[in-house]
Design a protein around this ligand. Sequence first.
Ligand code: NAG
Ligand code: NAG
Length: 457
Amino acid sequence: MKALLVGATLLVVLGHAQAIVGYNYPDVLGKSLLFYEAQRSGRLPSTNRIPWRGNSALGDAGSNGEDLTGGWYDAGDQMKYGFPMAFSTVVLTWGLLRYQSVYVAAGQYNYALDGIKWPLDYFIKCHTSKYEFYGQVGNTNSDHSYWGRPEDMTMSRPAYKITAAAPGSDLAALTASALAAGYLAFQNVNSTYAAILLQHARDLYDFATTYQGNYVQAIPDAGTGGYGGWGYNDEIAWAAVWLYKATGQQSYLTAATTTYYDSNTPGFGVGSMHAGYKLLLYELTGKSNTQYSNEVFWYLSYWIGGGFPYTPNGLLYASDWGSLRYAANQAFIALVGAELGINVNAFRSFGKNQINYALGDGGRSYVVGFGNNPPVYSHHRAASCPWPPATCDWSTYTNPSPNPHVIVGALAGGPGIADNFTDSRQNYRQNEVATDYNACFTSAVAALQYLKQTNQY
Ligand SMILES: *[C@@H]1O[C@H](CO)[C@@H](O)[C@H](O)[C@H]1NC(C)=O
Ligand SMILES: *[C@@H]1O[C@H](CO)[C@@H](O)[C@H](O)[C@H]1NC(C)=O
């Protein structure tokens, strides 16, 4: 009885400590970076930390044989979609720039730089001339009819590009924003590399504005994949703000505040950068223009204040496909907005609640390899495949065993409206993992750790 009581006391003490200490955000940050490492395509460096991943897609090439190896596989599949890749890269870099001290304190700064350099190097390869950019490698249908290791792929992987005759302003501009943000991240690390990034950013921005169009018209297969067709002025404005931040050149600021400015503010995510450029404009113009902050305030207040339902355990529920991603995207915007003084308490607690939901407050962890009862059947081909030479095919897909490899740090799509979640490999709406799902999530986790570090949590 005594031992039991001691045990109970200990539990109470531990419970109390958990309440004070909360989730280990630095641990989540490190794990999320590991997820991006597991998504790497191409020839892996000797520093690769994912033992079950090897070289893959070494034949990825442009129509004139240009080397297009590298980049990230998009999600549980092995497509290289440039548009969400650019989104993830710029959002991760935005978080790294804002919360560098968090990454440094967590021992993750060099991993984070390495992490963003992987897609940045790929974007440079894809930019084969000023007005030519490869926005995709792999065909959606042939990729999606395959279940197996990326290292074993044999299907043809066509490359698709935008050109002056078949432009894609959304793709070119979003990639320009990632490269301009990359310039800022690398300017004090390797100025030669940073200068290369900035030149590509400028040229892609010129491409986006000189030859205007929606990239899905040039690359319809990206639409098959579900990424595109949402207009391009927001990506141009967003790229312009990043280029202004990188260069101080007034013409970029003018483009963002006038030519490409849109007073509507849809939810933030792949294809919708409105809230992002408004926050950056608000900050860069010294918080003098409240139009920018008001438009973010209105959209976010609508999203979190009745525009969408919440699950019983508190998740903002915008879609049954990847519910956590929409919540994490708005959480990150809310946390940055709060830092800039916009509706501080409400936005901060919204951001905290949504991220903590994913980490365990929702009843379980939705981050693979982290916390209580995380998913073990993620819809992810590479993680589902046993070590070679064992076969990996569609029978692996329906195999009732958990994934033999843990896709550490990946955020699952998320639960249903009733906090209900089926941890099954076939459940791609709830249990796929994706580079864009993890992007705002990672930066929001860094934002929360920053609040702790500065005693504002
Ligand atoms: C800096 O970047 C350039 C261009 O990518 C590269 O050639 C060089 O090796 C880098 N320097 C260091 C010290 O990493
Ligand atoms: C979750 O619960 C809701 C409401 O009961 C239901 O409509 C939905 O189909 C469930 N989703 C899953 C994936 O079980």
